[in-house]
Design a protein around this ligand. Structure first.
Ligand SMILES: Cc1cc2nc3c(=O)[nH]c(=O)nc-3n(C[C@H](O)[C@H](O)[C@H](O)COP(=O)(O)O)c2cc1C
Length: 230
């Protein structure tokens, strides 16, 4: 993943825009399996997501086995598409799990940047103290959703359809897959081929209503439109 081919920025932007505008939450899937290399690539892209202090707390449970998907469906209010989609991914973070990797992560960074370990230790302690002050699960959700979004887009960019899902009972998911008690189950992703035409785009709030300019409440106006008006 570290070798980088520079893509012409306009081309990259136009591909991203096409994907995000055309993507819909897929309501029903065919049984066509998702090839292993597609899954590998998507997981590899997700692993490159940024995270606070680079702690990378996300973990992904990849389910293709029909019985395992049925277990997940039972823990997710019986949502039909979980049984249909040939691939389900549970995105989660376990506090003791990610904390146990913090030393490795900070050591790798120190080695790569040529920083003395003694200088890194207070940063690591500061990171853990910061996270420890937040209500349980808040920090994990913040981080995992970034990697989850990378994952979803990586499948879409490879021509597969996806459905993000929050309709599940986290305790039931933990029980079904014997996840440690301190696991925050963040989201589910169904992946496969849409069985029917995509639903219509349900619409989005305009940018002027979701972005502010300099002051909270002052609608964001593009600089370009201001310049062309003057
Ligand atoms: C985090 C998240 C959780 C969602 N959970 C569910 C779900 O449990 N079941 C479902 O049918 N759709 C779920 N959706 C799909 C949304 O309803 C859908 O994304 C939204 O209506 C916008 O439609 P679009 O994705 O086609 O643009 C979820 C979407 C997101 C982003």
């Amino acid at each position: 993943m570290e070798s980088v081919t520079r893509i012409e920025p306009r081309e990259a932007l136009s591909a991203l825009e096409d994907i995000v505008i055309q993507r819909r939450a897929t309501p029903h899937f065919t049984s066509e399996p998702v090839p292993g290399e597609v899954i590998d690539t998507a997981l590899s892209v997700a692993s490159q997501a940024p995270s606070g202090y680079n702690l990378q707390p996300w973990r992904f449970l990849v389910l293709t086995d029909a019985e395992q998907r049925e277990k997940l469906r039972a823990a997710a209010f019986g949502q039909e598409k979980i049984g249909e989609a040939p691939l389900m991914i549970v995105a989660m973070a376990g506090r003791s799990d990610w904390q146990s990797r913090a030393d490795d992560i900070f050591r790798t960074r120190a080695a790569r940047t040529g920083t003395d370990w003694a200088q890194v230790v207070p940063v690591k302690q500061g990171a853990l103290a910061f996270v420890g002050k937040l209500p349980p699960g808040v920090w994990e959700n913040r981080q995992v959703m970034i990697a989850f979004t990378y994952l979803l887009l990586a499948f879409e960019f490879q021509g597969w359809d996806t459905a993000p899902m929050e309709g599940f009972d986290a305790a039931a998911v933990r029980r079904a897959f014997a996840l440690p008690d301190d696991t925050e189950v963040v989201a589910l992703l169904a992946v496969g081929r849409a069985r029917e035409h995509d639903p219509v785009h349900p619409g989005r709030l305009p940018v002027s209503e979701i972005a502010y300019r300099e002051q909270f409440g002052t609608p964001y106006v593009s600089r370009d439109s201001e310049e062309s008006a003057s």
